[in-house]
Design a protein around this ligand. Structure first.
Ligand SMILES: *Cc1c(COP(=O)(O)O)cnc(C)c1O
Length: 397
C-alpha cells in the first residue's frame, strides 16, 4: 500500500465538495418507474431516460426472461470468439429494418458504440469536428482516436463551415495525401438541453465539403418521426447520414448501443471497432429486451405511448416549465447556473417527494448547472401537475 495515494485522492474529492460538484450514489429499492423508492422514500421520478416507460413493460421483461432461460445468463465471450448468438443477429436485423439502413451492429453500450466507431473511422492525420455539447462518449472517442479535434459552438453552422473548409484545405496538402478523412459528429436532440441540431443544414455542409456525418440519436430514437425512428426520419434525411448511432437504454427500455449504416460500414466496424472486438457480447436478456422494445415502438401501442409522452410535453409547455426556454422534447432543463444552488433546489424538491437531478460539471459546463427534468409517457398528468406546483413553490434564481 502506498499511503499517499488515498491522501491525494481524498484531497481531490474534497475539492469537488467545495465546488458543489461532489457526487454519490443513491440507493433505489424498486423498479425505476414514474415513482420509485429512493433511499427508502417514495418519490416521483423525473430523472430517468426511460421516455416511453418500456423499462418495466411486460413484453420486454418476458423477452429478457425467456432469453436468459433459452441462452443463459451470460454470453460467454466476445461476438467474434464464440458469443454471437441468434438474439444478437435478430436485434441487428431489427435495428437495420427499423432505421431503414442496410445493416446494424450492436455494442454493449452507447458509450462503447461511440468510442469504438470514432476510433475505427478516423486516426492520426484525420479531422473530427464536433458540436460543443456532444456527449462525453463522443468527445472521448474523438480524443482517443488521435485525429485532430475541432469543436464548433453549439449549433453554429457558420463556424462549422469554416472548420470544414479548413479541414479540406489541410487534407489536400501533399503530406496528407493518403489521409484527409473528415468526420462531423452531432447529436440530433441534445441530452442536457433537449434542443435539436439543424440536421438538414449540417447534411448540406458535409456534402459540400466532402465530409462524413455521424449523428447520435440517443434522445430522439423512439420519439421523433412518424415511424418513431428519430429526428433523421422526421426531417426526411434518410439515406443522407453515413453513420447513425444510438442507445438501447433510453426510449427502447433495455441496454446497449448501436450503429446503423451501409453493409460495408458495419463489416468494417466488426473488423476495426475495438470496443466491439475486445468485449464480451451483451447478455442475451439485454439483446432480447432491446428487440422487444423496438417491436413495441413500431406497434400501434408504441404510437399511443409516444402520443402520451407528447401530452406530458405539451402540459409542461403550457405551464412554462422551462421558464421561457422553448420545450420541444421530453428533456426540460431549468438553468440555475451555480452548482451549489442547483443542488439546493434539487434537495428542496426532493423534500416534497419530487426527484429531479441537479446536473453539474463535468456533465455540463461549469456555471451552467441546471435541474434536468426528464418526462416520460409513464408519468400521469397529475404527477406533472405536482412537479409544476413543486417548482412554483420554490424561489428559483
Ligand atoms: C446516454 C448517451 C450515450 C451513451 O449511451 P449508453 O447506452 O448509456 O452508454 C451516448 N450519447 C448520448 C447523447 C447519450 O445521452
Amino acid at each position: 500500500m502506498i499511503p499517499e495515494m488515498d491522501a491525494l485522492l481524498r484531497a481531490a474529492l474534497q475539492e469537488r465538495k467545495h465546488q458543489g460538484l461532489y457526487r454519490s450514489l443513491r440507493d433505489v429499492g424498486s423498479p425505476v418507474g414514474a415513482e420509485f423508492l429512493l433511499d427508502e422514500k417514495r418519490v416521483i421520478n423525473f430523472a430517468s431516460n426511460d421516455y416511453l416507460g418500456l423499462a418495466n413493460e411486460d413484453s420486454l421483461k418476458e423477452a429478457a426472461a425467456r432469453a436468459a432461460h433459452d441462452f443463459g445468463a451470460g454470453s460467454a465471450a466476445s461476438r467474434l470468439i464464440s458469443g454471437s448468438l441468434s438474439v444478437h443477429r435478430e436485434l441487428e436485423e431489427m435495428l437495420a429494418a427499423f432505421k431503414g439502413a442496410e445493416a446494424a451492429i450492436a455494442f454493449s453500450s452507447g458509450y462503447a458504440a461511440a468510442i469504438g466507431t470514432v476510433c475505427a473511422l478516423v486516426g492520426r492525420g484525420d479531422v473530427v469536428i464536433v458540436d460543443k455539447l456532444v456527449h462525453a462518449s463522443i468527445v472521448d472517442g474523438a480524443r482517443l482516436s488521435g485525429a485532430k479535434l475541432r469543436v464548433f459552438p453549439h449549433n453554429d453552422l457558420g463556424r462549422l463551415e469554416e472548420m470544414l473548409q479548413w479541414a479540406r484545405q489541410r487534407a489536400s496538402l501533399p503530406d496528407h495525401a493518403d489521409h484527409g478523412r473528415v468526420l462531423v459528429i452531432t447529436e440530433s436532440i441534445f441530452s442536457m438541453d433537449g434542443d435539436p441540431a439543424p440536421l438538414a443544414e449540417i447534411v448540406r455542409l458535409k456534402n459540400k465539403w466532402g465530409a462524413w456525418l455521424m449523428v447520435d440519436e440517443a434522445h430522439a430514437t423512439g420519439i421523433f418521426g412518424s415511424g418513431r425512428r428519430g429526428l433523421i426520419e422526421e426531417l426526411h434525411l434518410d439515406g443522407q447520414v453515413e453513420i447513425q448511432m444510438g442507445t438501447l437504454g433510453k426510449a427502447v427500455g433495455a441496454a446497449g448501443g448501436y450503429i446503423c449504416g451501409s453493409r460495408t460500414l458495419i463489416d468494417y466496424l466488426v473488423n476495426f471497432a475495438r470496443s466491439f472486438i475486445f468485449s464480451t457480447a451483451p447478455v442475451p436478456a439485454a439483446a432480447a429486451a432491446a428487440s422487444a422494445g423496438l417491436r413495441f415502438i413500431q406497434s400501434i401501442e408504441g404510437k399511443k405511448r409516444v402520443e402520451a409522452l407528447w401530452d406530458r410535453i405539451n402540459q409542461a409547455k403550457a405551464a412554462s416549465l422551462a421558464r421561457g426556454t422553448p420545450i420541444g422534447s421530453p428533456i426540460v432543463p431549468i438553468l440555475i447556473g451555480s452548482e451549489t444552488e442547483a443542488v439546493r433546489q434539487a434537495e428542496l424538491l426532493l423534500k416534497n417527494g419530487i426527484f429531479v437531478p441537479a446536473v453539474r460539471y463535468p456533465t455540463v459546463a461549469k456555471g451552467k448547472a441546471r435541474l434536468r427534468i426528464s418526462l416520460s409517457a409513464a408519468h400521469s398528468a397529475e404527477q406533472v401537475r405536482q412537479l409544476v406546483g413543486g417548482l412554483q413553490r420554490q424561489p428559483l434564481m
